[in-house]
Structure formats: structure tokens, C-alpha cells
Write a protein that binds this ligand. Structure first.
Ligand SMILES: [Zn+2]
Length: 202
């Protein structure tokens, strides 16, 4: 499925995984990508998203400060999730940026009208922009706290690289998406079988 494809945005099953899945390991998140994510994840309304996009010009310092925090969060979460996958130690220095965001998340939940439904939305008492990353930090904290019990997986397609949370009944999900990566694998396996049959000359 791969990065930069809109369809890959929310296959993670957990907000923190979708956040890390936004960009490949060696790329840095851009302001536009961050705001688009916040909108798609419904952390901000499209109206607020539009205002935030403009912030990059109107208050560059505030925008850059938030973007740096988001980039740092993405980087440490990738390290932490890789460590969870490999059953390795999660370092305190990766945890600190997560805790920093959790600390500023005082507030309360409220029911907010969304289209024809009601949604629970977090209303922060803090007016700073960092609270925009709070839900991602909270989601990441839950996965990290689950540790080796977390059903965190990396797509079995080595060229894919997307994380997902395995909620399947058998806990044997291997692909970010059966229709994309899983299907590609099946096609390749079929081609290999077909080729070897051909070589054997029946
Ligand atoms: Zn995949």
C-alpha cells in the first residue's frame, strides 16, 4: 500500500499508528501533512484545520514549534514501536516527549455535534497548540504500556512498512490491507508457483 497514498492513512487501527504511518522512516512530517492528519482524524474541524494551515504564515513561530513537537513525537514513537515489535527495551528518552504531551492535556470530554451525530470531543483547558497532539500521545501511551502484549504488527510486505494493530480474532493478520499488500503477495506467490511448474516442464 505504501506511504503518501490517501488509502493508507487510517489502516493502523490506532491513532498513534496512523500518525507514525503518515511518513516513511527517513522523511519529516510537513505542516500541511500534520494539519491534514488532524482533520482526517477529526481532532480538529475542517474550519479549524483551515485556520491552522494559515497559521504557518500568520504565526510562523507557533506553527514551527508545534511542527517540531509533532516531528519529534513521530520519531520517538517509531523507535518505541519498533522496540515493541522486537521485544526490546523502550528507552526513557523516547518516553519523555510522550509524557510532556500527556502533562499538558488537562481538560474534559464534551459531546459535540458532528454532521447528524454526536461525538465525544476533548476540550483542553490549555490554549496552547500542543494539545493537538495529546490524543496521539495518549494512544501511543496505551500501546507502549501494553508492551509485549500489544498486538502491534508491521505489514508483512517488506516494501510497505506500515504499522497496524491486529484486532483479528485469530491474531494472525499479516497485512496492512488484504486487498492491497495481501493481494500483491498472493499474486507474486502464484507467479512463482506458475514459473516453477513451467521449469519442471510438467
Ligand atoms: Zn502493507
Amino acid at each position: 500500500m505504501g506511504y503518501h497514498e490517501p488509502s493508507s492513512r487510517f489502516i493502523g487501527g490506532r491513532l498513534a499508528l496512523d500518525f507514525v504511518n503518515l511518513i516513511p522512516p527517513n522523511e519529516e512530517l510537513s505542516w500541511d501533512q500534520l494539519i491534514e492528519f488532524l482533520e482526517s482524524a477529526r481532532i480538529v474541524t475542517p474550519e479549524r484545520g483551515g485556520e491552522l494551515l494559515a497559521l504557518n504564515r500568520s504565526d510562523r513561530q507557533a506553527a514551527e514549534s508545534l511542527l517540531r513537537k509533532a516531528q519529534q513525537l513521530a520519531a520517538v514513537l517509531r523507535l518505541a514501536f519498533d522496540a515493541v515489535l522486537r521485544r526490546q527495551k523502550i528507552l526513557r528518552e523516547w518516553i519523555e516527549p510522550v509524557n510532556e504531551l500527556l502533562r499538558i492535556t488537562e481538560g474534559h470530554d464534551e459531546l459535540v455535534a458532528a454532521d447528524n451525530d454526536w461525538e465525544i470531543q476533548f476540550i483542553a483547558s490549555e490554549s496552547g497548540l500542543e494539545w493537538l497532539l495529546a490524543a496521539v500521545a495518549r494512544s501511543a501511551a496505551e500501546i507502549i504500556a501494553e508492551g509485549s502484549r500489544a498486538r502491534l504488527r508491521l505489514c508483512a510486505n517488506p516494501r510497505c512498512g506500515l504499522f497496524f494493530y491486529d484486532t483479528s480474532r485469530t491474531h494472525r493478520r499479516r497485512w496492512c490491507s488484504m486487498t492491497v499488500c495481501g493481494n500483491r503477495h498472493k499474486v507474486a506467490a502464484f507467479a512463482r508457483r506458475h514459473a516453477s511448474v513451467g521449469h519442471a516442464g510438467h
